[in-house]
Design a protein. Structure first.
Length: 348
């Protein structure tokens, strides 16, 4: 069977605690994940919404780098149309060194037109801006001087004094659900993450690997230094002693998270994602995984068998889940779920 590894994901949505306390609670969760052996901590970037209390991922990841030793760290994603690329080049290099070469570099153009609009970016222009920003970013991470003449960005012989610790640059990640974007991610060998139901993910994963195999030896692939990418699924997870306890505790917290993830859309009378993220949909399609350790193992087994993923990113803290329960859920998952997959696959 395909070897699988597990990561950690964070929206860092606003719960019901003071913000400074929220940051400390999540850093403590991250310390426990580091000790438990999770592969990577992925942090979302959001703006103008309660969904994202880390609108500057680099700030929080800098703190995380000082509180951890092994777990890799990265934005999922940097919203490239919102950054001045030269500043981002320097920021990425700093983070890679501050984390001792543990940076994983997620990039994207943003799923929310309302968040982009906060910065005066039209979603219709975001793809072209993303493409240029990425070209500048890669050039700046790999060259000693930066010259670029584009529609949106221009640089002339700018000296680049900072270099990333990882060469030629930290591994790239690209989450998406659009078929054309999956093809793009696979062609370049980006690490890829999806969040849909397992059957849909299975089709996306198959399409990814077909394209990846067809292009894996091409020159000029952006993530070509990554021998075999991680192709994964994102899932909210809550583990408790019993199924009933897990469902009862998770449902209220999930409702608060649902209000956060739909808040900005609802302010614009946009209900595009209401059904996708509804509790009934999430539990029916197992896009949230919850229950006793035994039930969670069974749900995880189905996800891996149907989707073919080799990586699962788990979100343990969301909405108003009490921090002590999120911590216990993570510990139960690390102690009673992960070994069922990592150990059994090691014996294949």
């Amino acid at each position: 069977m395909t070897p699988v590894s597990f990561g950690l994901f964070e929206w860092l949505d606003r719960g019901d605690t003071p913000l400074h306390q929220l940051y400390e609670e999540r850093l403590r969760l991250l310390e426990v994940a580091d000790d438990a052996g999770f592969f990577c901590y992925h942090l979302a970037e959001h703006h103008g919404t309660t969904l994202g209390m880390a609108p500057s991922p680099a700030l929080f990841l800098s703190a995380a780098a000082q509180r951890t030793r092994r777990i890799r760290l990265g934005p999922l994603v940097y919203l490239l149309p919102l950054y001045e690329p030269l500043r981002l080049i320097e920021e990425v290099c700093m983070l890679d060194h501050l984390s001792a070469g543990r940076l994983e570099l997620g990039i994207g153009r943003g799923v929310s037109p309302y968040e982009l609009r906060c910065f005066g970016v039209d979603v219709a222009d975001s793809r072209a801006i993303f493409n240029e920003a990425l070209a500048v970013l890669i050039a700046g991470l790999t060259q000693q001087r930066l010259t670029f003449d584009g529609e949106h960005y221009q640089y002339r012989d700018v000296p680049i004094e900072l270099r990333p610790l990882q060469q030629p640059y930290p591994p790239l990640w690209y989450p998406t659900h659009r078929p054309e974007s999956i093809e793009y991610a696979a062609r370049h060998g980006y690490n890829f993450v999806g969040l849909g139901p397992a059957a849909l993910l299975g089709k996306q994963v198959n399409a990814y690997w077909q394209t990846w195999r067809a292009h894996r030896h091409e020159a000029g692939r952006l993530n070509g230094h990554v021998a075999e990418p991680r192709v994964g699924a994102l899932r909210q997870v809550f583990v408790a002693d019993t199924d009933d306890e897990a469902r009862e505790t998770a449902r209220t917290a999930y409702g608060d998270w649902y209000r956060s993830i739909t808040k900005l859309w609802h302010e614009h009378d946009d209900h595009t994602y209401d059904e996708i993220f509804a509790w009934e949909t999430a539990t029916r399609l197992d896009t949230i995984i919850l229950g006793s350790p035994k039930s969670v193992r069974e749900q995880m087994q189905r996800l891996l068998e149907v989707s073919g993923c080799n990586y699962v990113i788990c979100s343990f803290a969301w909405g108003t889940l009490p921090p002590e329960q999120a911590l216990r859920s993570l510990r139960l998952f690390a102690g009673e779920v992960i070994p069922a997959f990592t150990e059994s696959r090691g014996r294949q």
